[in-house]
Structures are given as C-alpha cells and as structure tokens.
Design a protein around this ligand. Structure first.
Ligand code: ANZ
Length: 844
C-alpha cells in the first residue's frame, strides 16, 4: 500500500513549482487587489536556523492566505548581506568576505526553496551587490543634499574587540556591545551622522497611526527610545563670565528650590568653566574626568551608584531670586542630553538629593506634597489616613527620599499656592518676558551614527579635497565600488581598511582635478535595510532606486513579519527614511509598514539556543528527520506566534502523523471531482463549512494554531465518515478533503499539493480560490470550546452554544488532557468565556 513519504513528496513537487513559478507577482494589467507581505530578510551568516524556520513559516501562512483570497501578492526575499560577521569570519579564516557571504546566500537560498517558502524569486536582492548599494549611496547623497547627512567630532561608543564604533542602539543595557559582547568605551572621532533627530516629533506622533496593527510593546519601545520631554530652558548668569549657562529642566516650577548647578564633566562647558579655576581645582577636575571617561553611559545613569563630583569654584545666579548657586561637575549629568547642565533641586529630584547628601549641599522644599494621597511618604499607616496619627515631617534631607509627587508650591515667592502645572506656565511666562528662558523640548533620541571603520559595507560616496572640502560623488559616477579585499589588511584598528587601498582612495578632485581622497568609511548596514522594501518593487531597474509608480501600487507593506529584536533600530530607521522620501516627493505615505507581526523565539528547554550553550537544534537535521511540512506545521501549531516556542515541548513527530492522516483521507476519496456536494453527509458538511467560515478570521488575527487544531478536527470527522459512515465515495468526504488540502496549503504545502493531485487536480493548489462557506450549513448545533492551561491550548470541546459557565468549566476540568497537563499544580485562576473558552492559570 502506498504510504505518506515526505521525502518523495518534496522531491516530486519542488521541481514542478520551480518550473511553474506560481509565486511570481503578476505585473501589468492584473486587476486583482494587491497585498505586500514582507518577511524581514536574513543575514547570511551560515545556513538557515530554527529562528528562520519560524519566521518564514509564519510569513508564508499570511502570503499564501491572501493568494487564496484572490489577492495579487508580493512576497519577496533578499539578503542583508553586508556587515561584520562576514568580515570577522574572513579575518579569522583568511578568506574573502565576499566569497563567504555569497556561499552562505547560496546555501540559505537552497534551504529556503526546499522549505517551500512562497517567494517571488525574480525579485531576489542582496544589499552587497553594486546594483543595490549604488542606490544606498544615492540615498546617502539625497540626505547629504538636504543637510541630513553630516560629519562631526564626537564621543562615540567604541567596541574595543571589533574595533569599530557602535550606534547607541547597539549598546546593550549592561553597557556591552550587542555584536562582540565587549564592554563599550567612549572615544572621540570624526564620524558621519544622519539627522534623525529632525524627525523626532513625527517619528513619535505617527506611532499613533500604527496603534492596533503594531504590537503595543513595540510602540512603547519606540516611544521610550525617542523619549520626548517637555519643559524649559533657563538661562543662568555665571559670576565672572559674560555668556549665560542654559539648563534644561522638566520642572521649572521648582526653580526656587534650586540650590546648586551641575555640568557634565565631559562637556565643553565644564572645560571652559574650569579654565578659569585655581590650579588645585583644575587638577582635581582632570583626575575626575579621566575616571568619568572610563565609565559607560549606562553606569553614569545608574541610580544606585554613589554620587561623585568636583566643585568648580564658580557660582551661577538664580534668575528668580538672585541666589548664588555653586557649580559642580558630576558624571550623573550627561554631556549630550539637554544642554549638558542642570539646575539641581535636591528636595524634588532623587539624583540631586543623593548628590546633595553626599556633598553636604542645602536642600529646600518648594512643593508641599504632604498629603497621603499625593505625597511620597515612605510608609503610610492606617492612623495617618484616619487622622489619629500625625503625618510625618517630609524632610528629604533626613529621609533621603526626594519628594517627586504633586502638591502646592511653597517657599517660592509669587508662585506660592499654585499647582505644579500652573506654576510651570507662570515661570515660563515670566522667564520669557525677562528674556531668561523659554519652553523647550528634548529627546532621548540621538542622531544616527552611520559611518563604520570596516571593509564589508557600502563606501560613503564622498571625496575629501586637499583643503578639507567635502565633494559628493556625482550621481552619474555611482556606485563607488568597494575595492577587492585582496591585499587589504582587514584587521580592525580604528581606521577603515579601505584607507589601505591606495589606488582606490587617491582620486582627482571631481571639481578641479587636484589630488583628493575618497572617504574610506563604509555605511552601517542598517542604512542598507532602511529602504530595501522599496527596492523589491523593481530590483533590476538600473535607472532609479525604486519606481514611485510601483510604490504607489504596492507600498506601504501591508504585513511585515519578523523578530522583536528589531523593535527599535531597524524599524525606527526605516520609518525615518520613509518620512524623508515622503518629504522629497518619492512616496505618498509616511509609514513603511502598516501592520507588524513579531514572532517569538525558538528556544530549547526554556533557554535561548546558542552554540556556546550547546543547545542548538539544526534546521537541516530537523528537516531531514521530520520533513519540511511537519516542521512548518509545528511552528504554526505551537501557540500564538508572539510566544516563544520551546522545541522540547512541541512534537514534529505528532505533526508528521497528522499530515499522514490528512494525506490518506485525500488518497481514500473515491468520488470524481464533479460529484454533487449537496448529496453528501450533512453532519460532515457542517464541520467543513464551519471551518471554511471561521478560518479566514482566525488567520487574519494570527491564530494559526487554532486553525491547525480545527483542521485536525475536520480530518478526524472525515475519517469517521470514510471508515464507519457513508464511506469514501460520499460527496461530503471529497468536499472535506478538498477544503483540508486547500487550508493545509498555508502550513504544509508539499502535502497539500500531493493531496490535490490525489483529488484529481492539476497543480498548483496555491492558486485555488478559498472555498466559500454555505450559510445554510452554518446554523450552529454545537460550538468548539478551546481549553487552555497557562496559555497553551490543551484540548477542544464540542459543546452546545447555550452551555452554562459552570457546566463548561466542569467539562474542561474533567478533560483528560487538562488533568494530565495540570498535574499536581494548583489552579490559581480560571477564566470562562461561554461557550468558546476555558483558561486555567496554575502556580508554577
Ligand atoms: C530640575 C528638576 C527638578 C528636574 C525636579 C527634575 C525634577 P527627562 O525626563 O529625562 O527629560 N537633566 C536635564 N539634563 C540632564 C542631563 N544632561 N543629564 C542628566 N540629567 C539631566 O529629565 C529631565 C530632567 O533631568 C531635568 O529636569 C533635569 O533635572 C535633568 F524636581 O531639572 B530637572
């Protein structure tokens, strides 16, 4: 008897699909509605891994689904193929990064094709191809023309292992590099930046457009990253100095409580102030500065760190009351935020209070927070609440707790009695009238550092004249080709290896022919990926980066699928570039990705997979063992896509068994394709049509696991009719098998195509329109309730739509799968939503 043989099925269909190219996006004259489904493109660092297996399986469900729904779908793929791993591998093994990269691409492409991802291969692109990076360089020049690409000297994050600068985004919370793991240090260098801060407000405000279609978590991460603060700039006179010192504060209402001023030790201002100080102060300051430069930004902002600083021997004058405020340099004030200087209000700011207590500086309360409702009383007792006990004195100096809460102003002259918000308004008005201040906004967002002192990237298309002028490479001379790696010393040493390519670097000045030098730095790979979704629209056009007419048709991306690790960097940069292209009139939209799905990680035994942990599950091995379809189906069935998948908890073996079962149903069908479905078994027809009606909504809300569960149910129901009911010739059996094959195409395309052939049809099943449910068959006799334990689906129950909450809970508690899964853990919460859901939460 013929058996389900996944290897044979894969070998049979892969060449046929290759030949028929069913996923080629149709172009001119196609009147179908369009969908652009994009999966984040991979970095070719080796063969595909299980993370890829997940994202490309899930993205493919969406792409395949919209094709069944009658859409002209654009589902392209390419490679983010510039970057450090290639270069590091090349250095380690003495090979060419180019060769390493393209070998890996070839391997990944082979794996992706085997994995039956429904990509339009005609649109494949590689960011390291000159045909692509020509346009990355063009984009740089457009930004340059608008003053949005510029060079400046600045303290940069320096990775001492990779010997390269890092964007702030690439420094992890513990102060280490997200690439090499090295502790990041500061170094002063001349670097290229993109002025993303010009777009800060729009990047923040436009997030509102994405509410509901982007994960809330990602929206929040973007908001925090941009970090807009609203407050005031206040100008302070400094004794013995003509220029004023401006501070940024979010609490101008507390101006009467300022008792000292702090400047960042590594700011130009500190250097200026200390230049006039006594030799002792200068010496103490220099010593302190050296110490400060050894610490990371993260360390400097840590609240639990003892406060350190140096008094600069200078005084500022408080503009509202003429008081003399001593000026200190301390590392908790950062040079590149606000103005690099603050007014310290120790009574109401914890960092200032810690500092005041460490150096014996005065503390003055100017906001009366003394009410249990709003104050910051460390411990509130019942007695305080009902008035039998005195409220404690809120003295920050003795308690060590700053009064950050709301209250009425005190000790503040004309502001006394006002609320915080009124006082803020009043102070800003007064300062503005006196020319001593104004309202101000600040952002955590910094300009985007885009230059890298590394080889494997797009060369920056700028030529430096002997006199220091910058000359953009004329657009008709693009691309500036990367010179061959051969003969270059790629080892990191802080300057770009391209500087060693003498013939390449030394060029005549395009303007007057005098000797000049090419900029030897290369662009951050995030520049490459900031616009790739547009290049897919016509990747082989050598006359422009992308065609605005095609963008009009296809973009923005309708559904973007990828990992949450790109929640900040990549998405922020792509959003910025999109807004820039909008401003330049190249696109008509301001957000690149209308909807975003973040898949979780594939982990093993609760831990992230990694070579060093030795818990890697290999893509190729899993595919060989279980087959493509079983792995893909497992990814979809494991749970909600956002959750991590523990490969130890899932069962590709179970998936393969189910696929064999589904496949046998199709093989067993004995009726002909033209059989009248109306004559079929009504009970089975109801199950089929209920599935056809429900699946679209479930797919569109990414409940892929529920769709798979429902398919399992449909296959079981069909098998029952074949074996013990009306038999394999019944029309409803064919109808159910066809629906199964069609829906299975979303998850297990090889099995689905093979079933389709057994059912008497030509390939490709991927292009078959979704079967419409017949309304008359949808009248409910029963509904399926999902039973979850700790968020994982454990069983499905067929229940009456009118079942009571108590009965449903009891049925769920009695279900064998639930009892098994809960074991002896305690149930701490039960959520029952009749008639569809019972969810148990246990104490771990
Ligand atoms: C006086 C004050 C009183 C402040 C008070 C806060 C509370 P965000 O929300 O992060 O914008 N600050 C300003 N520039 C700084 C810098 N370069 N490094 C470290 N701290 C800086 O915080 C703004 C507040 O952080 C500012 O408001 C300032 O302290 C401080 F009861 O001014 B505030």
């Amino acid at each position: 008897e013929e058996v389900y043989d996944f290897a044979a099925i894969q070998a049979k269909w892969q060449p046929i699909w290759e030949e028929l190219a069913p996923f080629k996006t149709s172009a001119e004259g196609d009147t179908r509605p369009r969908k652009y489904v994009l999966d984040m493109f991979p970095y070719p660092s080796g063969d595909l891994h299980m993370g890829h297996a997940e994202v490309y399986a899930l993205g493919d469900v969406v792409a395949r689904y919209w094709r069944h729904q009658g859409f002209n779908v654009l589902h392209p793929i390419g490679w983010d193929s510039f970057g450090l791993p290639a270069e590091n591998a090349a250095i380690k093994r003495g090979i060419d990064p180019r060769g390493w990269t393209y070998d890996n691409i070839a391997q990944q492409k082979k794996s992706m094709k085997l994995y039956a991802t429904s990509f339009d291969w005609d649109r494949e692109l590689h960011t390291s191809d000159p045909e692509y990076y020509k346009w990355t360089q063009w984009l740089f020049l457009q930004l340059y023309k608008k003053g949005l690409a510029y060079r400046k000297d600045s303290w940069v994050n320096w990775d001492p292992i990779d010997q390269t600068v890092l964007a702030n985004e690439q420094v992890l919370a513990d102060g280490t590099s997200d690439r090499s793991g090295a502790v990041v240090v500061k170094k002063k260098l001349t670097q290229w930046y993109f002025k993303i801060t010009d777009y800060a407000d729009r990047l923040l405000d436009d997030l509102n457009q994405l509410e509901g279609t982007w994960p809330a978590k990602v929206l929040n991460m973007q908001r925090n990253w941009i970090g807009r603060s609203i407050g005031a700039d206040v100008d302070f006179q400094v004794e013995g100095r003509t220029e004023r010192v401006t501070v940024f504060t979010t609490r101008p209402d507390t101006l009467f409580g300022a008792t000292f001023m702090v400047v960042a030790p590594d700011s130009d201002l500190a250097a200026e102030l200390v230049a006039e100080a006594t030799p002792e102060v200068q010496e103490a300051f220099q010593e302190y500065l050296v110490q400060v430069q050894r610490s990371t930004e993260i360390e400097r902002q840590a609240t639990d760190r003892p406060k350190t600083g140096v008094f600069l021997g200078r005084y500022a004058i408080n503009p509202v009351n003429g008081e003399r405020l001593p000026i200190w340099a301390a590392d908790y004030v950062l040079a590149d935020y606000g103005t690099g200087a603050i007014m310290a209000v120790p009574a109401h700011d914890q960092r200032d209070l810690d500092f005041a207590r460490a150096f014996d500086l005065p503390v003055r309360v100017v906001v009366d927070t003394n009410s249990p409702a709003t104050g910051m009383i460390p411990v509130i007792t019942q007695g305080m609440l009902d008035g039998t006990e005195e409220l404690p004195e809120l003295d920050p100096l003795s308690t060590g707790v700053a009064l950050a809460g709301e209250g009425r102003l005190i000790n503040s002259g004309p502001l006394n009695g006002l609320s915080k918000i009124t006082a803020i308004k009043r102070v800003i008005e007064q300062l503005a009238a006196d020319g001593l201040g104004r309202s101000a906004k600040n952002y955590r967002l910094r300009d985007w550092l885009v230059s890298r002192q590394r080889y494997w990237g797009a060369p920056i298309p700028i030529i430096h004249g002997a006199d220091g002028t910058e000359i953009p490479v004329p657009e008709d001379q693009l691309p500036v080709l990367l010179p061959p790696a051969e003969g270059l010393d790629l080892k990191p040493r802080g300057t770009s290896p391209l500087g060693g390519a003498t013939d390449w670097v030394n060029v005549p000045n395009p303007i007057d022919g005098t000797p000049a030098r090419r900029d030897a730095d290369t662009l951050d790979t995030f520049v490459d990926s900031s616009w790739y979704f547009l290049r897919f629209l016509n990747p082989s056009d050598d006359t422009k980066a992308f065609d605005p007419k095609e963008a009009e048709k296809w973009a923005p991306v309708d559904q973007y699928v990828g990992g949450v690790e790109h929640a900040i960097l990549h998405l922020l940069y792509a959003r910025f570039i999109t807004k820039f292209l909008f401003d330049e009139g190249y696109v008509s939209f301001t957000e690149p990705f209308t909807a975003l799905l973040n898949q979780g990680m594939v982990i093993l035994d609760g831990a992230k997979m990694s070579k060093s942990r030795g818990n890697l599950v290999y893509f190729t091995e899993e595919i060989e063992r279980h087959g493509v379809d079983a792995v893909r189906l497992t990814m979809a069935f494991a749970g909600p896509p956002e959750d991590d998948i523990d490969w130890a908890d899932v069962s590709p073996v179970g998936s393969a068994k189910f696929l064999a079962r589904a496949w046998r149903v199709a093989r067993d069908v004995t009726s002909a394709p033209d059989v009248e479905w109306k004559t079929g078994d009504v009970t089975l027809r109801r199950v089929t049509h209920r599935f056809l009606a429900d699946a679209p909504g479930l797919v569109e809300s990414f409940k892929f696991n529920v769709v798979v569960a429902r398919l399992m149910e449909l296959v079981n129901a069909t098998r029952k009719v074949i074996d013990t009911g009306a038999g394999p010739g019944d029309a409803a059996v064919r109808e159910a098998a066809e629906a199964t094959a069609m829906a299975l195409n979303l998850f297990a395309p090889y099995s689905a195509e093979d079933m389709w052939e057994h059912l008497g049809y030509e390939p490709c099943i991927a292009l078959v329109p979704w079967r419409k449910a017949e309304q008359t068959l949808l009248v409910q006799e029963s509904v399926t309730a999902v039973v979850q334990v700790d968020g994982k689906m454990r069983t499905l129950l067929e229940v009456s739509p009118k079942i009571s909450s108590e009965d449903l809970e009891k049925m769920a508690r009695d279900a064998a799968a639930v009892i098994r899964s809960i074991g002896d853990r305690e149930i701490i919460k039960v959520i029952v939503r009749v008639p569809k859901l019972v969810s148990f939460v246990t104490r771990p």
